[in-house]
Design a protein around this ligand. Sequence first.
Ligand code: UD1
Ligand code: CA
Length: 409
Amino acid sequence: MAERVAILLAAGVSSRMNTKLPKVLHEVTGRPMLAYVLDACRSVGVSRIYVVVGFGAEQVKERFADQSADIVWVHQPQQKGTAHAVMCCGEHLQNFEGQTLVLCGDGPLIRAKTLQTLIEKHESGQSAATLATAILDDPTGYGRIIRDDYGNIQGIVEDSDCTPAQRAVREVNPSYYLFNNRVLFRALEQVKPNNVKNEYYLTDALSVIIATGHKVMAVTAVRPEEAVGVNSRAQLSVASKIMQHRVQQELMENGVTIVDPENTWIDARAKIGQDTVIEPFVYIQGEVRIGRGCRVGPFAFLRDGSVLQDDVVLGVFTEIKNTTLADGVRARHHSYLGDADIGRNVNVGAGSITANFDGEQINRTVVGDDCYIGSGAVLIAPLVLKAGARIGAGTLVSQDDAEKLGGKG
Ligand code: UD1
Ligand code: CA
């Protein structure tokens, strides 16, 4: 079997995003775009991933520092186009005898399954290059797939270089390809910046490969959503919406009830157990874990680092952050629980809060099992409440007060 590597293009300036942040670090349902593309590559098996960085290179490298064991960072000093970006990998890959996947860091919606199909087609057809195509209602901005009268692909023409007839073509290039590496690098040598933008286009390498008589195949009509490239904030929101739909679909398949998917937002990193019900207007942000049989919302805000064990009820207008709620906790109305460990079966009364920030630092609150916290209590951290303690409604509780309270040790 041929060895396979991947090249991810992530050096672009992203002027249309109007941003100082490198485009591939913009988040889609809580994760940077590039993370999804890396996932897709890894899931089809690649021995190394060459990530081409340029604009904001240091930021990109830093963000992925802890998951870069298989990444080779390649610098593209000037952004002279997608073909030029691939050429920058030449010093590593010039003589590599294997398959090279090329993907764009701004295409987070690529699915592993589609890449797998691409690989299978490439291998069974003994193709020199295999691309995907998609049919879009509005192909504006994308490279158009140009075919001859027999339906054979002749090449790809970028939107800005299209004739009116070409512009009307709705079959576009989603921009992921699998190449015979040697064929790719030989073709790149012939790519010239003969276009409106004066850039070296990777799409022209395909035309060269076709023109020199190599076999080029296509996986046609992949799902339109898998062609969405993020060049603007508007496209970022489109990609986010589609990804959100995927996140929720998967959760529902795993036995989670989402009462009103349109009015619910769940981070891609969240984990939710079977038979938990997510009521409308719930926002789950960051790494949040929710166990089985919980009821969350409506109107709840769950932030990074929160854990709900099983059978927890978190009701209306409750916010939790970096907090663990053990089995059976009830916090039904208007609470803020930050940086806390709340024990089993604790009842948190309406409007009770942890005062976790003293103006200088964040402090923790620990509430033992079976405590009862009356409505409107303020738990002033740092605070440890013994198991079984009862806090009356409207009480301010500091550690000194807690020492005087009863409890079970
Ligand atoms: C590209 C394709 C187009 C396709 C579309 C799909 C080319 C010439 N065009 O267009 O056919 O329909 O994607 O979304 O390939 N990049 C670099 N270095 C560069 C230039 C770009 O690393 O010098 C990276 C960008 O960061 C980006 C990716 O390559 O992640 C694609 O570049 P972009 O400028 O977004 O290309 P499109 O115009 O979207
Ligand atoms: Ca793009």
